[in-house]
Write a protein that binds this ligand. Structure first.
Ligand code: AQP
Length: 334
């Protein structure tokens, strides 16, 4: 079976370095693999599961599409589309929701994190988020899903739902989607706490580097990033109990294209007062072209709209027959 890649990003707020290094950067290389279909979506249905500004949603949707293109996703090679423009996602989600066990959904750590102590009052959409994610993937019969490490548990549920559908209806219809957790930084951590992941929803903007941050902002965030008083060691093992230092070295390596060992070789024995300015140089050098291109695209949104219109049409062409077939298998009137 040929490889089908599906992944997405939510237009909840600006993308950060975790989204870029953990997911987006890795998506680019799949489009070069012969015989591979790549589907990259702006996950706006997911974005409305948490409070959001109605007036900002379309702009944020275009911005995510701009980030995809600026990071190297080529609309001639990949489908770039908007989740809400493809009704088959919601249709399949409903069908899968009849097979999703509440007990399993209750164990999802992201739901627990996002709902906090408020589980009685949060919306059903947030609870059912992983079922929609399963539909996003299965509606294209995607075989591979590149994600950051934080999405592993959700993907496990997608595999589970594919298997449940096949067993319940005695078919081999949905493939088991494989997580692809690659890249040198599958879990980028907060700049202020090396034990927490870098995240859009963290209250302080100083915890993350956004793709739209300019050189001054990056420098300020890195200067204030939490570290420890020791110099950088020679060996990676010696960073095991230094989460903030390990995180900065990992990000530096992912951005510069070196291994972490090579980075340590360069900076062994040096203080953070030396490492941090070098870090800023690498981050600015790698992110500035992306930021620039995003800005150009956002200055003329008609270009993005054209790309999305084409991508939406293609995604509908792919998804609609699959959902029709799934409905037939389930015995719906047709
Ligand atoms: N810190 C991270 N390190 C590596 N990968 C990450 N991803 C997110 N954070 C990190 C990956 O980015 C992709 C898109 O994620 P999303 O749009 O679903 O956003 P998210 O997971 O909601 O992003 P955040 O920042 O983590 O938002 P909040 O704070 O709302 O939870 C996914 O592939 C994800 O793995």
């Amino acid at each position: 079976m040929s490889k089908r890649i599906l992944s997405g990003m939510q237009p909840t707020s600006q993308l950060h370095l975790g989204n870029y290094l953990g997911a987006l950067k890795n998506w680019v290389k799949f489009q070069e693999e012969p015989g591979t279909t790549c589907l990259y979506m702006v996950a706006d249905l997911h974005a409305v599961t948490v409070p959001y500004e109605t007036g900002e949603l379309s702009k944020a949707t275009r911005e995510i599409a701009a980030a995809f293109i600026a990071a190297g996703i080529n609309p001639q090679k990949s489908f770039i589309f908007v989740q809400s423009a493809v009704p088959a996602h919601s249709q399949l989600m409903w069908m899968l929701s009849t097979m999703a066990q509440l007990g399993k959904l209750q164990r999802m750590t992201q739901f627990k994190d996002k709902a906090g102590k408020n589980t009685e009052r949060v919306g059903l959409g947030l609870f059912a988020y992983p079922v929609l994610m399963a539909a996003d993937i299965l509606v294209y019969k995607a075989t591979h899903v590149p994600v950051g490490e934080d999405q592993k548990q959700h993907l496990e549920l997608s595999r589970d739902l594919a298997a449940t559908f096949n067993t319940r209806y005695g078919v081999e219809f949905f493939p088991q989607p494989e997580p692809v957790i690659t890249g040198p930084a599958p879990r980028v951590m907060s700049l202020r706490n090396g034990n927490e992941k870098m995240s859009k929803s963290a209250e302080s903007d100083m915890t993350r580097i956004n793709l739209t941050d300019d050189a001054d902002m990056i420098a300020q965030k890195i200067r204030k990033a939490k570290t420890d008083p020791d110099p950088l060691p020679e060996k990676l093992e010696d960073l095991a109990n230094r989460p903030e230092a390990l995180n900065l070295v990992t990000i530096y390596a992912a951005l510069s294209g070196e291994t972490r060992e090579q980075v340590l070789k360069k900076f062994a024995g040096q203080q953070f007062s030396v490492f941090k300015p070098a870090f800023v140089d690498v981050a600015v050098e790698k992110l500035a072209p992306i930021t620039r291109r995003m800005k150009e695209l956002m200055d003329d949104p008609s270009q993005i709209d054209k790309i999305l219109a084409k991508g939406n049409e293609k995604a509908n062409e792919e998804a609609a027959p699959i959902v029709r077939e799934a409905m037939k298998i389930m015995g719906f009137y047709s």
